[in-house]
Write a protein that binds this ligand. Structure first.
Ligand code: TRP
Length: 348
């Protein structure tokens, strides 16, 4: 397989004044159906209309303790899964966050323009410091600042994220506005782009919680690498609600979640689903959802397996990506250096 030059479409985008999209997921585990329906799957279509940059956020991952070998493996796997889901390295810029040093460098600078108080109010920080009470490290606290650096380095206009990350995009805006207020127009002010239906896929074991790969209960989530029989088993066991009708309701988090997943997997509307399953029970419906998900994930899993057998190709993609990303990011960092009063970095 040949790696296409990403530089050409990116330069073309600049001329066409296309909006810039930046997003990424952490390789802190295996990706779930939630990551696919709520994030990566939605990025695929954006490649037509925007200049897209997608990164594997490994620097963020170590705010929680990781096994080094697993982190390395998952980083490559997430990159493979981006491509398997339909992110095209010829159209989008794909890279691994830790390969572009400007992220860490800008994060340091932005730290000095971010207030202790505003970071203390971040709900994810409050939640994670409860979850990992034995490791409330400074990185966990300044996590949103690194995320702001990710976004601001590329003059990002739009950041597709789940509802849970909206607050982080908002603080990135606040930091950018504060910085621009002092130094003039350096950063583009980004906007969160909250994706519609699939935005929040809930746990199959407790549909009041978000589907998460860090859930200790393996039946709570479906992985993109799960085999069809595992997927079907997990849906068969999915928690439903009292009653027996396939109908949405405020007091029916389990059924709502399954309907939502079925819609995201098949493209149906909730009304169509309710219509289609009139007179059917939860058992039938859970099987149908499981089968729909199996069909959606089958090509993703197969393509991922193929890509992971071709490490040279993946290495070419991330090498070229790192080079292209650094070129863009360094330009922004250079400007920031100048504004804050640092001597420009010597060039070789
Ligand atoms: N914090 C995001 C998450 O956990 C991942 C992320 C890091 C990100 N940097 C980003 C997402 C920049 C969008 C833009 O989902």
């Amino acid at each position: 397989m040949e790696v296409q030059q990403t530089a050409a479409p990116i330069r073309g985008a600049e001329e066409a004044k296309q909006k810039i999209v930046f997003s990424g997921v952490q390789p802190s585990g295996k990706l779930t159906l939630g990551n696919y329906l709520g994030a990566i799957g939605n990025w695929v279509g954006m490649q037509q209309d925007y200049r897209c940059i997608f990164s594997v956020m490994n620097l963020h991952s170590i705010t929680v303790r990781q096994d080094p070998a697993a982190l390395r493996r998952q980083t490559l796997e997430v990159l493979a899964q981006y491509i398997a889901c339909g992110i095209d390295p010829a159209k989008s810029l794909l890279f691994i966050q830790g390969h572009v040093s400007a992220h860490a460098e800008l994060a340091w600078i932005l730290n000095c323009y971010t207030m202790f108080g505003e970071l203390s109010r971040m709900t994810q920080f409050k939640d994670k410091s409860k979850q990992h009470a034995d490791n409330v490290n400074a990185g966990l606290f300044t996590y949103p600042v690194l995320m702001a650096a990710d976004i601001l380095l590329y003059h990002t206009d739009l950041v597709p994220v789940g509802q849970d990350q909206k607050q982080h995009v908002e603080i990135a805006r606040d930091i950018a506005e504060r910085f621009n207020g002092v130094y003039g127009d350096v950063f583009t002010i980004p906007e969160p782009m909250i994706v519609r239906s699939g935005a929040k896929i809930m746990s199959l074991a407790d549909p009041t919680k978000k589907m998460s790969k860090s859930d200790p209960n393996q039946n709570a989530y479906v992985l993109l690498t799960d085999k069809p029989e595992d997927i079907l088993r997990k849906f068969k066991r999915a928690v439903t609600d009292s009653g027996s009708e396939i109908r949405r309701g405020e007091d029916k988090p389990g059924v709502n979640n399954l309907i939502n997943i079925y819609c995201a997997a098949t493209g149906s509307t909730p009304e169509q689903v309710e219509q289609q399953f009139v007179g059917k029970g939860y058992g039938d419906f859970k099987m149908a959802v499981g089968e729909a998900v199996v069909e959606v994930l089958r090509p993703v899993r197969e393509k991922t397996e193929d890509l992971l057998k071709n490490k040279d190709y993946l290495e070419q993609v991330y090498t070229e990506g790192a080079f292209q990303a650094a070129r863009l990011a360094d330009r922004t960092l250079e400007k920031v250096y100048k504004k804050v009063g640092f001597l420009a970095k010597p060039k070789r």
